[in-house]
Design a protein around this ligand. Structure first.
Ligand SMILES: [Zn+2]
Length: 250
């Protein structure tokens, strides 16, 4: 997926700062704070970020929540796609403090899965989501920017996909690889979407994160989009209403 990974030496400290400012701050989120604990000479640059809701999110999310992010950056990743390229940070030992509750990426994602936050993304790959789970090369959760606390919810959802993938046996993986029929893929992906959201809710519940309502709202919004797409293709997902109800309850 990534065409290049560059190790950060002295010369990359500046690039890291430029990219970090790009992926954590935009005009609607000027209040966010990016703080470099760096170490110009070190190979790893510690970045502490405080992400606050913009005006739009304050209306959208009932519970106002802030996310403090602590990451170590050792690599800058580059992705090249047809209408441009994107740069991002490969985040190591990433931890997120959600309204005072700490969650470490490595504790909630399957072993070996990387976290990358990119400045932009090939939207044909990411679809409707602001993130993507890429199962290749050990797996990586890729997020497009992290301006808003809502990105934390996107991250939980993508980790949900990673957990689904980790549970699949080789036979199932092979079936997915070979699936060419659009309807079959859509049906599979709708089930995947529900399972990924159920996993996201499970993580939030385990840590008692005060954002269950926010996750459920985002889940309903995203599933509605998927449902519409599936309906257009005439796909009926084989999920009972009971299961749907349970997904919501969790
Ligand atoms: Zn998804």
């Amino acid at each position: 997926m990534f065409n290049q990974e560059e190790n950060i030496g002295e010369s990359h400290a500046e690039s890291t700062k430029i990219i970090a400012n790009e992926i954590f701050i935009n005009s609607n989120h000027m209040e966010n704070v990016v703080d470099f604990k760096s170490t110009e000479n070190s190979e790893t640059i510690k970045v502490k970020i405080l992400v606050k809701p913009g005006e739009k999110e304050e209306l959208q999310h009932k519970n106002k929540f802030v996310v403090e992010i602590n990451i170590n950056v050792t690599y800058i990743v580059k992705q090249i796609f047809k209408d441009g390229s994107s740069e991002g940070l490969l985040c190591r030992e990433a931890s997120f403090v959600v309204n005072g509750i700490e969650v470490r990426f490595e504790d909630i994602a399957p072993k070996g899965v990387d976290l990358c936050i990119l400045s932009k993304y090939d939207t044909s790959l990411a679809g409707e989501e602001n993130g993507l789970y890429n199962p290749n090369d050990g797996g990586s959760v890729n997020l497009i920017n992290f301006y808003s606390p809502g990105s934390f919810i996107t991250m939980l959802h993508e980790i949900g996909h990673a957990l689904e993938d980790a549970n699949r046996n080789e036979g199932e993986k092979e079936i997915l690889r070979l699936a060419k029929d659009e309807r079959a893929i859509m049906q599979r992906s709708e089930v995947d979407e529900r399972n990924a959201w159920a996993n996201a809710l499970r993580i939030a519940k385990k840590y008692e994160l005060p954002i269950m309502g926010d996750i459920k709202r985002e889940m309903e919004r995203c599933l509605e989009i998927y449902q519409k797409k599936a309906d257009e293709l005439g796909v009926r997902a084989k999920i009972s209403n009971k299961k749907r109800k349970n997904d919501r309850k969790n």
